[in-house]
Design a binder for this molecule. Structure first.
Ligand code: OGA
Ligand code: MN
Length: 287
């Protein structure tokens, strides 16, 4: 019997009583509804390999390829849809991305024209402390946005930077510096209408290298700083403390996430998939 147990935070729920290797259509429908209601779902005590992780992820849609790792190739060329996140180094080479760094608040791959609707992150090895992942509810961020800021972002879009990771590292194939106009990325509305819930969400991607096209840089930076201060000072978060066997799925359209740092002496190994959306983010004000 599937049981939905919301967290005590502003988003997230545990789903109990489900083996993700055996999900029938009726159970999947309940999971998808719970995901839309809670934005982030956690399934504890799972036993997944890359095949079963990919199979469950594919219930949500078509998988996107992982952002490429070292030298522009996937971490495992045989499994280009699996993103490996790890601080483990073997023979001087990192086995995965993002290392020990603390990450900034972000949404995954919003520098693409069609960002993923979901990311699914599975814990294979976790440190005793550190490496926790927090999530932020962007419906609530929008609903609590002061009236003047709501009016100022209406009709505006933001350019999301493709060149750096959420730890600030330069991705393979990009230059050290760009003008805002020339920097590779994608432009998305500041406020989107979620295609399943119909609710409005603030859609910010990440702060570093963000740019408001058509606005003088200083004015755009001031607007971005105010929007991000609303997040950084806000209460609408929940933090996941990982256990081995946890599978967490988040709605990348209406939730931010970030990870705190971790002790380089500890080991952390996570495998992730990302599910392509059916359509580009749609502006709240689009008719
Ligand atoms: C991610 C990510 C956070 C973490 O998987 O997209 O940002 O906890 N990872 O490793
Ligand atoms: Mn991420």
């Amino acid at each position: 019997m599937l049981k939905i147990v919301p967290t005590d935070g502003a988003l997230g729920a545990d789903i109990e009583g489900v083996d993700l290797k055996k999900v029938d259509d009726a159970t999947f429908a309940k999971i998808e509804d719970a995901w839309h209601d809670n934005l982030v779902l956690r399934f504890r005590g799972q036993d997944l390999d890359d095949d079963s992780l990919a199979d469950f992820s594919r219930r949500f849609g078509v998988l996107d390829m992982a952002p490429t790792g070292r030298g522009g190739t996937p971490f495992d060329p045989g499994r280009p849809e699996i993103t490996v996140l790890s601080n483990i180094v073997v023979d001087g080479e990192a086995v995965g991305a993002l290392g020990n760094s603390e990450l900034v608040w972000h949404q995954d791959m919003t520098y693409n024209e069609l960002p993923p609707k979901a990311s699914l992150l599975y814990a294979m090895e976790v440190p005793e402390s550190g490496g926790d992942t927090s999530f932020y509810n962007m419906y609530k961020a929008y609903e609590t946005l002061p009236e003047d800021l709501r009016a100022r972002v209406k009709g505006l879009s933001c350019k999301h930077d493709a060149t750096r990771t959420s730890s600030g590292e330069l991705r393979h194939g990009y230059e050290e510096s760009y003008t805002h106009e020339a920097r590779p990325g994608a432009v998305h509305p500041f406020v989107i209408r979620h295609p399943a819930s119909g609710r409005l969400a603030l859609f910010l991607g990440r702060r570093p290298n963000a740019y408001v096209p058509g606005m003088p840089e200083e004015e755009g930076d001031a607007l971005l700083d105010e929007l991000w201060a609303h997040i950084n000072d806000g209460p609408h978060a929940w933090t996941q403390n990982w256990r081995v066997g946890d599978l967490v799925i988040w709605d990348n359209r209406c939730a931010l996430h970030r990870r705190n740092g971790l002790d380089p002496k500890s080991r952390r190994l996570m495998h992730r998939t990302q599910v392509r959306d059916e359509a580009r983010p749609v502006a709240a004000w689009a008719s």
